[in-house]
Design a protein around this ligand. Structure first.
Ligand code: GCU
Length: 603
């Protein structure tokens, strides 16, 4: 008994000694000094969480996170990561192991790596995303716990690492929960796993945690433009000099941090020297921000986005958003997309359609995709998964949603192509919902007043061909966006007769419309699932939508057929939502050309 007490005491002491702490998301991680932990990770499928709870369902301190090995012949250790199969990280488990195709539960993933800590430097362990609930351990000790499947998080693990071999173990659980974000039901595949990059990030003890550059709005004929820069150190250190350099703009300017470690400056640039970012001119400038001990390089474009009545103005000029909705799924055969190549293929398909805009639905997509869109001149709508009926009155649910919103904005705040933050999709009207979402809208504005706020609303009433949109959230958004499925879920072939009443002096985006078709299935245009039915639906919807007063853009549902557990029609859906303009094998459907033709006219 005394020996057990001593062991526990020693263990707690070592725990106390080598603690990690979750630190705010480091900005622009891709430009930092990093070691990638992407690659093969061993995994153990743990349906009953044997590796986390004892048989009384109390968390055990001899769980799988200890990566224990028998020391003596009689020792009983009933798991061994090094004998376990491997899967690729980043990646979902559903498409890498047939046993896990439908699996929702816990899987443990382990990766060992050699590491030599440099004196005076700190080490962060960064995850691009883990779906959904992640307990992270380093060398058998808890680094932290994170919920939310689509945003980055990182821990300062400096004190947990040892010189030589180190081990990271992550307990990942993607079970759906009512109080979660997203909630229990959603029309996409619940891909589980470490779905984005894992990086070991080497930083100075005091580093530039994050920064934001923003072109201030001005009259289109202004002779001079102002760019503001705000930056934040990871520590409240005053007196550090920050130097911002933009060689192409002949900029080299300094500012000094205050007691909170914040610093800011304003650049004044002759307008004729500044090339503004736009889809036709996706100009980005090489920017370097240096502090006394740290330096970060980035490629940043400058543009303004605003509304004036029902007009949407990019760089002060009206723009029509020729968009398409996209899920974060690999171009071919399903699975989470997670790299530039995946994004480039999907975005090239959108470009072929004639798009200058994409709605990344219904959750923040990976950073590679957003940056690739910026390079390709494609504007972005980015969204958090407050999808359908969320637990509006649960304070933890609100905190989770707000955290995801914060992390989405903090990651992409310097991306010129990101113009809209969306806080929700198809949420039922109630006072609780309005309170929840209005708080999110205010929060987003407090973090970033340079972009527009929106959400995908729903048509409120429709009778006698009169469609009306009435939503209390109209005052908390800059753009009125809504989904409508005339021709599919209702009023087949009635689109030409429809009238719209949208009583708000704001730009309108149709954030979803469309219908399903099985690629290669042909027949009369009133035959469901044929390409002709979808083609006709698009033709009729476009005719209707084009007449809507204040229409500033649209993002039809959807670029490509995507996996969904809600789509069970054998021989047609086979667990795919078939509303894509491309099939899951990249084949174009007839409706593709209808939209392409319209967008050509909208240029
Ligand atoms: C909804 C929802 C999408 C869904 C689509 C559909 O509007 O926002 O996530 O996939 O409709 O029914 O296909």
């Amino acid at each position: 008994m005394r020996r057990i007490k001593t062991t526990c005491l020693l263990w707690c002491l070592s725990l106390a000694a080598a603690t990690a702490k979750e630190v705010p998301q480091i900005g622009n991680v891709l430009a930092r000094e990093t070691v990638s932990l992407n690659g093969a990770w061993n995994y153990i499928i743990d349906v009953q969480e044997e590796g986390y709870y004892d048989y009384r369902m109390n968390p055990t301190n001899s769980g799988f996170f200890r990566n224990a090995k028998p020391q003596r012949p009689e020792d009983l250790i009933e798991y061994d990561f090094d004998k376990a199969p491997t899967m690729q990280v980043p990646g979902d488990w559903n498409t890498q192991d047939d046993r896990l195709f439908f699996y929702e539960g816990t899987v443990w993933l382990k990766r060992s790596f050699d590491y030599h800590q440099q004196a005076g430097r700190h080490t962060l362990l960064y995850f691009g995303a883990v779906n959904y609930d992640a307990h992270v351990y380093v060398n058998g000790k808890k680094a932290g716990h994170h919920v939310g499947g689509f945003t980055p998080f990182n821990y300062d693990v400096t004190e947990m690492l040892r010189d030589g071999e180190n081990t990271v173990i992550v307990k990942v659980d993607n079970k759906r929960k009512a109080e979660a974000i997203p909630t229990q039901i959603f029309d996409w595949w619940n891909y589980g796993g470490i779905t984005r990059d894992v990086l070991v990030v080497k930083v100075p003890e005091t580093y530039i945690e994050n920064y934001k550059l923003e072109l201030q709005k001005a009259d289109v004929n202004a002779k001079q433009r102002e760019i503001t820069m705000t930056a934040h150190l990871n520590k409240p250190e005053a007196g550090q000099t920050l130097t911002l350099t933009i060689p192409e703009l002949k900029v080299k300017q300094q500012c000094v941090t205050d007691a909170e470690g914040n610093a800011s400056l304003t650049l004044r640039i002759p307008s004729k020297r500044l090339s503004l970012w736009s889809p036709d001119n996706p100009k980005r400038y090489s920017v370097t921000l240096a502090s006394d001990h740290d330096v970060v390089a980035d490629s940043i474009g400058f543009r303004t986005i605003e509304t004036r009545g029902k007009q949407l103005l990019l760089n002060g000029k009206p723009i029509f958003l020729r968009g398409i909705s996209i899920h974060e799924e690999k171009p071919f055969g399903g699975g989470r997309a997670n790299c530039t190549a995946d994004a480039h293929t999907l975005l090239s398909w959108a470009k072929e359609l004639g798009c200058n805009f994409v709605r990344l639905a219904h959750y923040p997509h990976n950073e590679h995709a957003v940056r690739e869109a910026e390079r390709m001149g494609i504007l972005v709508w980015s969204e958090i998964p407050c999808y359908w009926t969320i637990s509006w009155t649960n304070p933890d649910t609100y905190k989770n949603a707000e955290r995801q919103l914060t992390d989405m904005i903090r990651r992409d705040q310097n991306r010129a192509n990101v113009i809209i933050w969306s806080i929700a999709n198809e949420t039922p009207h109630s006072a609780e919902r309005d309170l929840f979402l209005s708080r999110l809208s205010k929060h987003a504005r407090s973090l970033d007043s340079s972009r527009l706020i929106s959400m995908a609303m729903e048509v409120t009433s429709a009778s006698n061909y009169k469609n009306r949109l009435q939503d209390n959230m109209n005052e908390y958004v800059d753009v009125i966006s809504f989904n409508q499925y005339i021709g599919w879920y209702r009023d087949v072939n009635d689109a030409p007769k429809m009238e719209w009443e949208i009583p708000y002096d704001k730009p309108v985006i149709i954030s979803e419309f469309g219908g399903g078709a099985k690629a290669g299935l042909h027949g009369p245009k009133n035959q469901r699932w044929t390409e002709e039915f979808q083609e006709n639906l698009y033709r009729e919807n476009i005719g209707m939508i084009d007449k809507i007063d204040g229409l500033a853009g649209t993002t039809p549902w959807i670029l490509k057929d995507f996996r969904s557990p809600r789509r069970v029609l054998d021989g047609i859906q086979d667990y795919y939502n078939r509303k894509g303009l491309f099939s899951d094998n990249g084949e174009k459907k007839k409706a593709f050309y209808v939209l392409q033709e319209w967008y050509e006219k909208k240029k």
